[in-house]
Ligand binder design. Sequence first.
Ligand code: PLP
Length: 432
Amino acid sequence: MALPKNIAGSVNNRTLASIREQGVEPLLAEMSHKECLETTLHFGTHNYHPIDVTIVEGHGPWVTDDRGNVYIDCVSCYSALAFGHAPELILDAMREQCKRVTLTGRAVYTRELALFLRVLCEFTGMDMACPMNTGSEAVETAIKIARRWAYGVKGLPQDRAEIIVAHENFHGRTTTVVGFSSEDNYRAGFGPFAPGFISVPFGDIDAVKAAITPNTAAVLMEPIQAEGGILMPPVGFMKELRTLCTQHNVLLVWDEIQTGFCRTGFRFAWQAEDAEPDLMCLGKALGGGVMPISAVVGKREIMEVLTPGSHGSTFGGNPLACAAAIATLVELDSGLYEPRCRKLGKLLNDRLHSLDHPVVHEIRGRGLLVGVEVVPGYDDETTSAFLRNGILTKETRHRTFRIAPPLNCDEDLIIAIATRVNKALDEVHCKQ
Ligand SMILES: *Cc1c(COP(=O)(O)O)cnc(C)c1O
C-alpha cells in the first residue's frame, strides 16, 4: 500500500532526524487534523473508531481541537479525568516526585508505595491492596486472588473454581476478561477462552442464586454497568447480592473502576446500598487523570493468599504513579465531592429530563455518571450534532451518550451542558 502523500513526506524527511534537529514542537504544531488521522490510521492498528476531531489542548473540563474549537469534555476519559484536564494538584505532586525517584520496580521498597498502600486502605476501608497499572490488570488480579482463596481457604477441588459475572459486563480487554464478555465485537476471533465463568442477566438476583454451585468462588460485577450503557441494577440488588454471597461463602467482587471515587455521589457506588465487597477493583480516576494506576483492595484473610513470586507487575506501584494517587486520595477525602456530585448530578438529571425530547428514549445514571439513550435511528448524526454544539461525547452500548464531566465542575457548566445537549438534539430531530 502506498503511503498517503503527507505521510510519505514525513518518512522521506526522516521524522526522527528532524525531531532530533528541531525538537518535537514544530512537527506537532504543523500537523493538520487530516494528517493526524491518516498517520494514526496508517501506522496504528484499527482497534478504535475515534470521534472525527484532533484534540490539541485540555484544561479543566474544556478541550480544544486543532482548528481552535472548544468543547466540554463529557467523556472525561471514561471517568479517569476526575479533576478534568491537566489538574494542578496532581501535576504539582508529580513534579515534586520527579525530583526524587520515578521508577524502581518492586525489587526494593519505596516510601511512596508504602504511603499509597496505607492511604488507599484508609480511603476504601479495606485491609490490604495490590497495585497494578490498568483496570484490566486489576480485574485479572482479583480473579487470581479469588481462585487462590477458593482452593486454599474455601477448599474447592483444584481447577474447578467458578466465577459468576453479568451479561453486558465490561471488565477490560485481556483474553480472560473478554472470554466472559457478552459483546461479540470484543470476543470474535480471540478464542479459545478461559473456562470457569458463568454469565447471568445483570440485576437478576434469582439468576445469581440459581448459578451458585459448590464450586462458586466469587461473583464479579459492576455496581452500575457503565460501558454497557449506564445500566442501573434494580433497587435492592446490591444489598441482596451481598447477603447471598455471605450465605454461600462466595466472594463479592465489585468492579468500581469506572464508578468509584465519588463520581456517583458516593465514595464507591456500592455504598448506595451498603453492599460492602470482599474485593474491589479500582483504576481510572485513581491516578488523578494523569497516571495509569490501578489496584485490588480487599480483606486481609483473602488478600494474603498472594505470596512472593505468585503475582507482579514491572510498573505496578511505581513512585510517580503513587504520588499522583496519593494526591488524588487526599483531595477526594475532603468530603466535598460526594455531596457535590449528588447535587450536580441531580441538577443535570432535572435539566435533561425537563427537555422531554422526542429523540430521547431514556436518561439514566447516578451522580455525575449519566447516560442519554436516544431512540433508534437517531444515533448516527448525534455525535456530530453534539460536536457542533461544543459537547464532546461518544456513545456506549444501547445508543447511550455519556455525560460524565469532571467531579470538580460547577453549576454553570452543568447548565451549559444541558443547554447544549438540548440544542444538539433539536438539530438531530429537525434533520430527520
Ligand atoms: C475501563 C474499565 C475497565 C478496564 O480498565 P483499563 O484501564 O482500560 O484496562 C474495567 N472495568 C471497568 C468497569 C471499566 O470501566
